[in-house]
Design a protein around this ligand. Structure first.
Ligand code: HEM
Ligand SMILES: *[C@@H]1O[C@H](CO)[C@@H](O)[C@H](O)[C@H]1NC(C)=O
Ligand SMILES: *[C@@H]1O[C@H](CO)[C@@H](O)[C@H](O)[C@H]1NC(C)=O
Ligand SMILES: CC(=O)N[C@H]1CO[C@H](CO)[C@@H](O)[C@@H]1O
Length: 317
């Protein structure tokens, strides 16, 4: 009996062991002995870029999201298209993900400092951590130790669009192990900085859902301004019309004032599923700060499928 139990334990141990998502090796300070400078080099380079253009913070946060939602956080977003493979970055939803050159520069500096040690997926993660704190968000410890994936396919990019409903977006988060609360935090918090181009919300400005009229939920002054802005070119406007460069809970207040730019953002405040959370977050920036970071770390832990430490973030070794 004892030996049977012992066997059972070994079997269940092995089951648990092999079922472990590959990210359980992630830990805070993963590079502290293998590349002690990694957590200085990334912040320095992001800070430098931010000093020249503070919109870089939003770009990094969005890149992290687009990376993690396809194949986990494995830098699949960074792979370039080749003659026989159209990569994620060339899928429609990725058209305006930016700051790939900054990631290349950080990678080059890390390669000089520690040969083939720091993954591109961790570079995005550490750069995002910096983006959050440079935007006035909390500074947090973030686990590292991710591997770079070997696969990146445009056809796998199944990100929801800006006209999705709250329950559709919720479903996209649920299939990745995240809750409605995580979703409201990440979409709202993510959209508390950065911009959207007219093509992503133009449908709200005139013939909304075939009604022949603009989206009646949009604040009139905002509607008028956006109608003037969006012409033939495709300019952009701030997702948070008030504190546009600050990662804070003000976006939720804007949404409650019907000043959301993207339809999905506005829906967060209107849909009974998410409206109570929007109210709570709008009223409490400390609640927002702590819970946003927790949700962001959770998103950053979405497990990849394993791989390598790339030498060049744009291609497999
Ligand atoms: C799943 C629901 C989401 C949808 C439908 C969505 C959609 C969009 C769209 C259409 C834009 C405008 C892009 C452009 O015009 O260049 C945008 C921008 C942005 N999104 Fe999201 N998003 C979602 C979730 C998230 C999440 C979870 C984050 C991060 C935690 C995030 C962070 C950002 C940031 C920072 C920007 C501004 C980018 C910049 O300034 O370059 N989004 N999003
Ligand atoms: C980096 O590593 C590769 C193989 O892993 C080796 O060939 C090369 O000499 C190393 N370069 C430096 C500067 O250590
Ligand atoms: C802008 O945000 C600040 C700080 O969050 C707030 O006090 C103010 O009322 C907001 N202004 C508008 C026009 O929404
Ligand atoms: C900048 C960029 O790579 N844009 C691409 C996004 O995806 C669409 C559709 O696949 C391409 O046509 C764009 O060139």
């Amino acid at each position: 009996m004892g030996s049977f139990l012992k066997h059972l334990n070994i079997v269940s141990f092995m089951l648990i062991f092999f079922a472990l998502p590959l990210n359980l090796a992630l830990q805070v300070g993963f590079y502290s002995s293998s590349c002690p400078n990694a957590e200085n080099i990334v912040p320095q380079m992001v800070q430098q870029r931010f000093n020249a253009d503070r919109s870089v913070a939003a770009a990094l946060l969005r890149m992290h999201f687009h990376d993690c939602f396809i194949r986990g956080c494995d830098a699949s977003i960074l792979i370039d298209t080749t003659s026989n493979n159209q990569a994620e970055k060339d899928a429609g939803a990725n058209g305006t993900v930016r700051e790939y050159a900054l990631i290349d520069q950080i990678k080059a500096a890390l390669e000089r400092s520690c040969n083939q040690t720091v993954s591109c997926a961790d570079i995005i993660t550490l750069a995002t951590r910096e983006a959050v704190s440079l935007s006035g968000g909390p500074r947090y410890n973030v686990p590292t130790g991710r591997l770079d994936g070997l696969i990146s396919r445009a056809a796998e990019v199944n990100l929801p669009g800006p006209s999705s409903t709250v329950s559709q977006i919720n479903q996209a988060f649920r299939t990745r192990g995240m809750t409605l609360n995580d979703m409201v935090l990440l979409v709202g918090g993510g959209h508390s900085i950065g911009v959207a181009h007219c093509n992503f919300f133009q449908d709200r400005l005139s013939n909304f859902q075939g009604t022949g009229a603009p989206d009646s939920t949009m604040d009139r002054a905002l509607l008028t301004r956006l109608q003037g802005l969006c012409g033939n070119a495709n300019p952009s406007t701030f997702l948070d019309q008030n504190t546009s460069f600050v990662l804070d809970n003000e976006i939720y207040n804007q949404l409650r004032k019907n000043r959301g730019i993207l339809q999905i953002d506005q829906e967060l405040a209107l849909d009974p599923l998410s409206a109570p959370m929007v109210s709570n977050l709008a009223a409490n920036n400390n609640l927002f700060r702590q819970s946003f970071v927790n949700a962001l770390i959770k998103m950053g832990n979405l497990p990849g499928t394993g791989g390598e430490i790339r030498k060049n973030c744009r291609k497999r070794n």
